[in-house]
Design a binder for this molecule. Sequence first.
Ligand code: HDE
Length: 713
Amino acid sequence: MQSIMQDTVQKAGNAINTTMSSNQKVADMQRDVIEPSSKDVLTSDFGTKQPVGAHDVWLHASTGDRQGPALLEDNFGREKIMKFDHERIPERVVHARGAGAFGNFKLYESAADVTSAGVLTDTSRNTPVFLRFSTVLGSRGSADTVRDVRGFAVKFYTEEGNWDIVGNDIPVFFIQDAIKFPDVIHAGKPEPDSEIPQAQSAHNNFWDFQYLHSEATHMFMWAMSDRGIPRSYRMMQGFGVNTYTLTNAEGVRSFVKFHFTPTLGVHSLVWDEALKICGQDPDFHRKDLNSAIENGVYPVWKFGIQVCPESKQDDFDFDILDATKLWPEELLPIRYIGELELNKNPDEYFTQVEQAAFCTAHIVPGIGFSDDPLLQGRNFSYFDTQVSRLGVNWQELPVNRPVCPVMNNHRDGAMRYTIKKGKTNYYPNRHDIVPTAKSSEGAYYEYPEKVVSIKQRLHSVKFSEHFSQAQTFWNSMSPHEQSHIINALGFEMDHCDDPIVYERMIERLTDISLELAQAVAEKAGAPTPTKAGRPNHGKKMKGLSMTEFTPEALGLPLTIATRMIAIIVGDRFNFVEYEAVKGALSAAGAMVFTIGPKRQPVKSSGGKSVSPDHHFEGMRSTLFDSLYIPGGDHVSSLMKQGRVIHWIREAFGHCKAIGATGEAVKLVKMAVGEVDGMTFGDTDVIDSYGVVTASRVGGPDSVVEGVKMVKGA
Ligand code: HDE
């Protein structure tokens, strides 16, 4: 994996660093973009210039001293209110809350041996993309950092048509068959009598379903792991989840899974942070994505395919069409062949993100479906849901329309706005409009799969095994990841008040690991189990633990670019230290914010002042990746401020890097020392420290010390 990643980074080089103008989709959407300016004047939607006051005052029968009744005749006023009345469209039935961005996909290795798809074979192409990230359970206004699965939906605007990979940040799913989707979602969404809780799996119904539906066991382990609380959309993996097929120019078919691996590594929040950020900044992930792109630090994912030749499809102890199972990399390695970069924020959220509509049935020649029963159902569901959300002409909307020509005899329907000339809208017709193409002319090739079946409600036998990969997942976690899963399940069970729910769930956990079940039982208030439900096979698998996805582990350069760093200052701080550290961090691409007692200017001891970006009460340590406190006389006053001590303690408790220089070293020692009783000044193992301090800076006798970090807090 390491060498593959290193290699691919080099190969991709700057190739993807395309300018916006070279992105065909961005150019295509310009057709519909208008930019209002102060030179424009107010008009109605039918174009007539509106009279003075039309922004603010309704047309009234008025004497001048006092207005009388409002007149219905005010067509400008009525238009304004009526447009407003209908601003909302139904939110997505799942994945309602999301954020998106545009970018490019660049292929650096042709996969022509397995597919004829231009987007996966032509290395000279730059394919425009749109990617929408989302949470699943919450409604449109819910918070970003809830514990949940994240959507990872990519629309490739290829030369042959739109190709949508509507994926998640977790490689498996809760159910094997589409017919169960309404059940799993109803169980997870707010309970029907009270509409409580919002955007949470921590409630009776969700866990009731998880127990009774044992095929969900593997997936809920992923959701309870740190994958369920990502640090950033930019630091998540993306998976197509379902099994698709690829067909090459010779008509040879293989099965395939799609992977996206972020070059920033895979990182999570800690649970306490995630909970607090839900209230402190519900838009945390949305802002993070937007500001990274705004600042030109474009997130990048390696794109990989995991290919299974048809001849091997029955070789495994799992069914390759079962979406609750992943394909072990040890058996079917991932081949990284391309790179996806996001480099443009939407100009308008509603038209470009809310109206973005994905569909698993959108495929291009060279890519096809498998008989995966979840995928087969999805192929029906997505088109159908877009009709109720956006209307039957949803594919004409600017963000959804392909960049290649679209021509057929589909007609009319609400909100149709493509105007087609001509006398005929049927085929065949005397003008031969519109003939079909042969596959040699680029038409979609339907693989002539032989199907001999009996009509019945049945899956293959291998679909009935539900626990093996859940055990593998648990076994593959590092100790701190395991303790996070125990805590997560402990939290979820704590929010279930029906004993039948949490007691059964403890029983279910014994199918994975007795130790896990025992640890969670203690927190859940259930009897401690003494017997494993089934023996744990002890196997581990590559690619499951997040520790394998740090940039170091991937062989990628470490960067602090776009990491959020807070510098704490009070009156009489040391300006030289402040400037030096701020300059170095900014030069490395970090986003540095000064936090002071007030937003009015704060003076350094030398007399220079800075205007803080925020004040101590306006922000919290949870919203930053790291803290630095310069030395200076401000320290004596900072030491007396509970909020400042809280900033430092909380950051320390969340395992964040903390830096202090000069007099501020004492402040940090006091803040974290009293909490954790740590020893200071142990300089032997600075690398494993989360706190770096330099009590004397700037001279040859600079001293760097460290405070040991508590891992897995
Ligand atoms: Fe979806 N899913 N899904 N889903 N899904 C929707 O389509 C559905 C599934 C996923 O950013 C809906 O446009 C069924 C798996 C994402 O706009 C809906 C089944 C995976 C998004 C729908 C599944 C996903 C959706 C709701 C079981 C991961 C957001 C709004 C067969 C691979 C896309 C919409 C966006 C959205 C149906 C299962 C991912 C109702 C029936 C598995 C990322 O059509």
